[in-house]
Design a protein around this ligand. Sequence first.
Ligand code: NAP
Length: 281
Amino acid sequence: MQQQETAILDRYGLLGYPVGHSKSPIIHRLFAEQTDQAMSYELVEVRPEKLDDMVRAFQRNGGRGLNVTVPHKADVTRLVDELSEAASIAGAVNTLDMRDNHIVGHNTDGIGLVRDLTQNWQFDIAGKRILIFGAGGAAQGIIAPLFEHEPALITIANRTVAKADALANHFGTLGNVNATRFADIRDGSEPYDLVINATSAGLGGEDAPFPRAAVSNRHTACYDLSYSLNTTPFIVWAQKVDAQRTRSGWGMLLEQAAEPLRLWRGVMPDTHAVIKRLPVN
Ligand code: NAP
């Protein structure tokens, strides 16, 4: 009788609520095919009150690692045995590495953004004036990695200005950083070289509050952390105010997903080959 071989796949996934819209399973399937990894990647949808039980059950049932998204990036830090330096500075985790009952929390958002900016988009951060819209989990993860490349200034603008103030205080020892309201960004001040959108403003169809004065025509580059099959509200706005060039968050998405594969399995996928296979714009 012929024996049928069943491949045993190492188990990984994305933890969040909701996660149904996520492109991570497609990206990780393409990465696994490309790097010849025997792994599965599933969506793990869990409400905040069930977070602890779900993470422990995933690990007990052979789980090797999880990516973590909204709304769990901060809460999940209490479940880890060890935090990487990037996760510790950010105060947020987007990757769990599970080995022998030991969980290490990492944050790959910053490295993902910086790789996409500097290597894929050829934007040189050194000496640049950077404005970040937003002060949520994503903003928290990108500020320290941006400072490693020595920008002249990072300004954080947020609807809830107290959260921008808190981030400016938290990262104040790393470099020149300040906080502001959207309404206080006015014409006449020294222009920004790069505006990064780290908000989810406009994605629900509401008016986005981005101030015209943030962009100095044909000088300022605009980068959106958000990504969509359609042009995002921030990119529509940036093109309308004549930004020098624009880029959406697909490249960052790929880079921040590639780094966990390196951490989990020691292989680095070729993100350029994979991005060509996605319906990005
Ligand atoms: P979050 O923690 O929920 O923070 C949301 C941010 O958006 C806050 O600063 C919030 O301001 C602001 N905001 C929401 N609606 C707004 C509105 N109508 N007007 C003005 N500000 C508004 O979310 P997050 O994790 O930081 O994620 C932010 C975005 O980045 C999401 O679209 C996410 O998909 C994207 N992201 C992309 C990647 C990637 O790999 N490309 C990685 C991480 C995140 P308040 O503080 O005032 O509420």
